[in-house]
Write a protein that binds this ligand. Structure first.
Ligand SMILES: [Zn+2]
Length: 411
């Protein structure tokens, strides 16, 4: 028999294993000069312990940086030495996470409502897809396109399959902590399947293939252990996880991706080292020629970004993509007043090679390839409260539909 004291210690160890963000602060740092922008960019590349939630190359933009307590004195000294204006955006990251968890766990609600009011777990998301495939078997199907490193099924839902239609491939959740992305994909699925009559214009001559959670291991880990986990979960040396959005085999590892396994932007041991990125690759290759629009959902910052991510040069065909992205931004602006910034990843943010959108455009020959950086949670960054899901996903769906319509007109 196992002594009670050992059971108690085991329980304590499991509870204690959840990572605490006690004392972690998020700073907002105004970059007013080219040298200041350079300084922050170098810091992002060289320091694995601080976590840039937002960084662009635009002057007068405010970077957002999460810094653990031990690194704060040196960080502040650096900022003062370089003449930055800065302020504390989140005083204690742990308390924002706990506030949200308390609201989210209050009471169970039916699945269709829960899409709007809570962040569903991966198994619930997959159950919902299966439920839809059963209920709407004539035009909805679910396929397992692979398994994650920890063995979770990667399921796509195909809506309105017709071999003559152009295909839209929508994915979300390659970055684990960006929970609003899978929530948005789920709302899109809900609208296209259960509210088809309201969405006829984007169903009549389009086929949708949606993978709501690319990185379920990281997604579950961010629910269970570390709210701000970003990468996959496969170990590499003494650290775990690869940045899936630096792992695609197009100019892999050349710029804006780390070769250090402990970095948040680790490119992986090789290109396509992760089963999750392999699954997206294979899904896109299977649709080569048919897939006209690849849309990948991230958070946060209200951006619609397109190739290239590895160089500031624009690719042939960028005007077509820009037109689609502008249609999305304009529709959202008209509906709610929210503004999106539109442009190539490198020109708007920073060069980062190995992204799925570059690969889809260059190798899978998808002519319209866009990253949508969804709205965040205001001062809470990646962690929008569950009460903000409904407003956010409804607004984003307006933009997604407008882009899909534009694509349908073109192909
Ligand atoms: Zn992301």
């Amino acid at each position: 028999m196992i002594p009670k004291i050992i059971i108690l210690f085991t329980v304590l160890a499991v509870v204690a294993a959840r990572r605490s963000y006690q004392g972690y602060k998020v700073y907002e740092v105004l970059q007013e000069t080219v040298n200041q922008a350079k300084f922050l960019h170098q810091l992002e590349q060289s320091n694995d312990s601080i976590d840039f939630w937002h960084l662009s190359k635009q002057l007068n933009d405010r970077a957002r940086v999460m810094v653990p307590p031990g690194a704060q004195p040196a960080f502040i000294a650096d900022l003062m030495r370089n003449g930055f204006q800065f302020s504390v955006l989140i005083d204690n990251v742990e308390s924002t996470i706990q506030n949200n968890a308390a609201v989210a766990s209050r009471k169970p609600i039916p699945i269709e409502n829960s899409i709007l009011h809570k962040y569903l777990r991966h198994s619930d998301i997959n159950s919902y897809l299966d439920e839809l495939a059963n209920k709407y078997a004539s035009h909805v199907s679910v396929v397992e396109i692979g398994k994650s490193y920890e063995g979770r099924p990667l399921k796509t839902i195909t809506i309105n399959e017709n071999a003559n239609n152009p295909v839209i491939l929508l994915d979300a959740g390659i970055h684990a902590r960006e929970w609003i992305a899978p929530a948005t994909a789920l709302y899109a699925i809900n609208q296209l399947v259960e509210h088809a009559t309201n969405n006829k214009n984007v169903l009549s001559n389009l086929t949708w293939v949606i993978l709501p959670v690319v990185n379920p291991d990281g997604y579950e880990y961010s629910h269970e252990q570390e709210r701000l986990w970003r990468k996959t979960r496969k170990p590499s040396g003494r650290c775990s996880g690869t940045d899936g959005n630096r792992n695609f085999d197009f100019h892999w590892g050349e710029v804006g991706a780390s070769s250090s396994a402990c970095s948040e932007t680790y490119r992986g041991d090789t290109a396509f080292s992760e089963p999750e990125t392999q699954a997206v690759r294979d899904a896109l290759l299977k649709l080569k020629g048919r897939c006209k629009f690849y849309l990948t959902l991230h958070s946060y910052g209200n951006y619609l970004l397109y190739p290239w991510g590895w160089t500031r040069t624009l690719p042939d065909g960028w005007r077509e993509i820009d037109e689609v992205a502008q249609a999305g931004a304009a529709a959202i602006k008209k509906a709610t007043g929210s503004r999106y910034t539109v442009g190539s990843s490198t020109n708007v943010l920073y060069a980062a090679a190995g992204g799925s959108d570059d690969w889809a455009f260059a190798e899978a020959k998808v002519p319209i390839s866009i990253i949508m950086e969804l709205p965040g949670g205001g001062s809470q960054g990646f962690n929008p409260p569950a009460s903000a899901i409904e407003r956010s996903v409804k607004e984003s769906w307006i933009g997604i539909k407008a882009m899909a319509l534009k694509v349908a007109q073109k192909y």
